[in-house]
Design a protein around this ligand. Structure first.
Ligand code: GLV
Ligand code: GLV
Length: 319
C-alpha cells in the first residue's frame, strides 16, 4: 500500500501531481472552508503525512492518535498551531515554509504601514463613494514615513527585510528582539533598544515576532500609553500578541494615531469587529505571504518536504 498524505485544504492540481505517483493523496475539498476537527482527526489516524494550514490545530491529541504519521508540513512560517514538543515525543517531523515568504511578507508589511500612514484605503473609499468634490489643503492628510523612526519588534528574517525597506525611505530603524543581532546592526545600520525605549521613540511600531509564551499579550494598555500619540501600530505577525480591546481603546482615545492589522486574535473576523469600525485602522485578512509566486513556492516547499521525509531523507526546512 502506498503511504497516504492528507491535505487539509483544496490546493491546485498542479501542486499535488508530483505526489500522486508515489503516494495516496487525499484532500479536503474546499478552498475557503477549513476542515472540521473530527474529519482532520479521522484522516490523520491513517495518514503518513499531513499538509496543513495555520488554521489547523496540530495538538497532542491529534499527534498521539496518529500512529503512522511521520511528517506535518505547515503552509506557513509560523507554527503556533502545532505542538512541537508533542511532535518530538512521538517522532513526527514538523516542517514550515521560511525564507520563500520573507520578501513577500516584508512587502505587505511595508505596504500596510504606508497605507495606514497615508490613509490610502480611506482615500480609495472616499473617491468610490463619490465624495471627491474639490482639492483641499488638508484633504485626507496623513503622516510622513520618510525620515521617521520605525521600531521593529521581532528581528527575524522578515524584520530584517522590513528594515531594508525602511532604510530606503531614510528611516531611523530601531529593533527589539529576544537576542541581539550584531551582524544585522552592522550591516543595516539598525539600533537595538529595550522594548520600552522602542515604544516611546518610534513613529511606527511594527510587530513581526512569533507567537509564543513570551510574546502573547505583549501589547496591553500600558504599552500603547507609552507610544507617541502620533504613532502608528502595525501587526503582521499574530493576533494574540496584542490585546485587541486595549488597541481599540488606544485608537479611540487618541493614545496612538492608527493601526494596520494583517492578523487578529481570533481569525477570521466579521464585519462587526470593533477595530474595523475605526477609520484609523486598516485591516487585511492575513495575507502577508499572499502573492501568487510565493504561495505557489510555499506549496511546492511543503510537497518537497513531505516527499523527502517519506523517502527517508532530510527535509529542506524543518523545525
Ligand atoms: C503566516 O502568517 C505565516 O506564518 O506564514
Ligand atoms: C499636489 O498634487 C501638488 O501639486 O502639490
Amino acid at each position: 500500500m502506498k503511504p497516504s498524505i492528507y491535505i487539509t485544504r483544496k490546493l491546485p492540481e498542479s501542486v499535488i501531481t508530483p505526489l500522486q505517483k508515489e503516494f495516496e493523496v487525499d484532500m479536503w475539498e474546499h478552498e475557503d472552508v477549513p476542515v472540521p476537527r473530527d474529519i482532520l482527526l479521522h484522516k490523520a489516524e491513517s495518514a503518513s503525512a499531513l499538509l496543513t494550514m495555520l488554521s489547523d490545530k496540530i495538538d497532542r491529541e491529534l499527534l498521539q492518535k496518529s500512529p503512522s504519521l511521520r511528517v506535518v508540513a505547515n503552509l506557513a512560517v509560523g507554527h503556533d498551531n502545532i505542538d512541537l514538543e508533542a511532535a518530538k515525543e512521538v517522532g513526527v517531523t514538523i516542517c514550515n515554509t521560511p525564507d520563500v515568504l520573507t520578501e513577500t511578507t516584508a512587502d505587505l508589511t511595508f505596504g500596510l504601514l504606508m497605507a495606514t500612514a497615508r490613509r490610502i484605503v480611506e482615500a480609495d473609499r472616499y473617491i468610490k463613494e463619490g465624495k471627491w468634490k474639490s482639492w483641499s489643503p488638508l484633504l485626507l492628510a496623513g503622516l510622513d514615513i520618510h525620515h521617521k523612526t520605525i521600531g521593529i519588534v521581532g528581528m527575524g528574517s522578515i524584520g530584517e527585510a522590513v528594515a531594508r525597506r525602511a532604510k530606503g525611505f531614510n528611516m531611523n530603524v530601531l529593533y527589539h528582539n529576544r537576542s541581539r543581532k550584531h551582524a544585522v546592526e552592522r550591516d543595516l545600520g539598525v539600533h537595538y533598544t529595550t522594548f520600552e525605549e522602542l515604544l516611546t521613540q518610534s513613529d511606527f511600531v511594527v510587530v513581526l515576532a512569533p507567537l509564543n509564551e513570551d510574546t502573547e499579550g505583549m501589547f496591553q494598555d500600558e504599552q500603547f500609553l507609552l507610544m507617541k500619540d502620533t504613532a502608528i501600530f502595525i501587526n503582521a505577525a499574530r493576533g494574540p500578541i496584542v490585546n485587541e480591546e486595549a488597541l481599540e481603546q488606544a485608537v479611540k482615545r487618541g493614545d496612538i494615531a492608527g493601526a494596520g492589522l494583517d492578523v487578529f486574535e481570533v481569525e477570521p473576523i466579521d464585519a462587526d469587529h470593533p477595530l474595523i469600525k475605526l477609520d484609523q485602522v486598516v485591516a487585511l485578512p492575513h495575507i502577508g505571504s499572499s502573492s501568487k509566486e510565493t504561495r505557489y513556492e510555499m506549496m511546492a516547499l511543503c510537497v518537497e518536504n513531505i516527499h523527502a521525509v517519506l523517502k527517508g531523507n532530510k527535509p529542506r526546512t524543518s523545525l
